[in-house]
Design a binder for this molecule. Structure first.
Ligand code: AMP
Length: 280
């Protein structure tokens, strides 16, 4: 695996590969890799000739300085995992290679920036827009692979690509979960044993919620989920919403004719976890 730290070197390498007729798949990450990330690498390998992964903890998407400071960083292990997975190129830059000057761009993602993650993490999606646009313009992949675990992020990235008219296909990939259903996340390593046990309640509640909302409706289900979470000492609910899966607009009434997704954000201690389950 080629490890590159300069975007100028990425551009040279990619131009050569494209001249040879190779298609490029790209998996942007913030590192502390787990099998969820590797599943994106595998999908890229199935669909493209060359797979590029990036590891960059993007400061502009953190609206909480402590969250940025505590974000897990495991570069050596990440390199080994990517090598084992057969990734071709790893782009692992320092901040000043990505941001050559302060990025003052402000994107307009419309309502997507004001609901759910947009509402509770002001500026987060603007930071995502900044880094993803720089990475997509630098790597210039044919396809970019994003996890549906960050459901709203996928929608924001699709919008970004449309607005900037970038010639890349955004591929939304399935969520990989631990055996007990907890969505894999780099933040899970910060959970202590007790918190890890409690976090397993999240997917359980989501599955139950998706059954209940068909019987009792969305309002009652939301109240029920909030009341159950209130009984778990280590977990605080940030939000639980039931949304139109196409638009992510929160719904008040369940209709089986509308593709529906439940979305959740909780704090386990001070560790923020998100998840979503499509209602089948
Ligand atoms: P992150 O390093 O958390 O920024 O994630 C990098 C990419 O991996 C994003 O597109 C995430 O949505 C995706 N991802 C994170 N966790 C999972 C998971 N459990 N299953 C599938 N994709 C994931």
């Amino acid at each position: 695996m080629l490890i590159i730290t300069k975007i100028s070197d990425i551009k040279i390498n990619i131009a050569q590969l494209k001249q040879q007729g190779k298609t490029i798949g790209f998996v942007p990450t913030m590192g502390a890799l787990h099998q969820g990330h590797i599943s994106l690498i595998k999908l890229s390998q199935q669909q493209c000739n060359v797979t590029v992964c990036s590891i960059f903890v993007n400061p502009t998407q953190f609206n909480n300085a402590n969250d940025l400071k505590l974000y897990p960083r495991t570069p050596q292990n990440d390199i080994e995992m990517l090598q084992q997975a057969g990734c071709d190129i790893l782009y692992m830059p320092e901040v000043d290679d990505v941001y050559t000057q302060t990025d003052t761009r402000v994107f307009d993602f419309g309502y997507l920036d004001t609901i759910l993650e947009g509402a509770t993490r002001p500026g987060h999606f603007n930071g995502v827009g900044q880094v993803v646009s720089i990475l997509l313009q630098g790597v210039a992949p044919d396809k970019a692979f994003f996890g549906s675990k960050d459901y709203q992020q996928v929608m924001v990235v699709k919008q970004l690509v449309k607005q900037l008219q970038l010639p890349v296909e955004v591929v939304a990939c399935p969520i990989l979960r631990e055996k007990d259903g907890l969505a894999m996340s780099s933040r899970n390593v910060r959970l202590n044993e007790q918190q890890r046990l409690e976090a397993a309640a999240i997917p359980e509640m989501m599955k139950l919620g998706n059954q209940l909302l068909k019987i009792y409706g969305i309002t009652e289900t939301k109240k029920y989920i909030a009341s159950v979470i209130a009984t778990i000492p280590g977990i605080t609910l940030d939000y639980f919403e039931v949304c139109d899966a196409e638009t992510l607009m929160p719904l008040t009434e369940y209709k089986n004719t509308i593709k529906t997704v439940s979305v959740i954000a909780v704090f386990v201690g001070n560790i923020r976890l998100i998840d979503n389950w499509v209602v089948d």
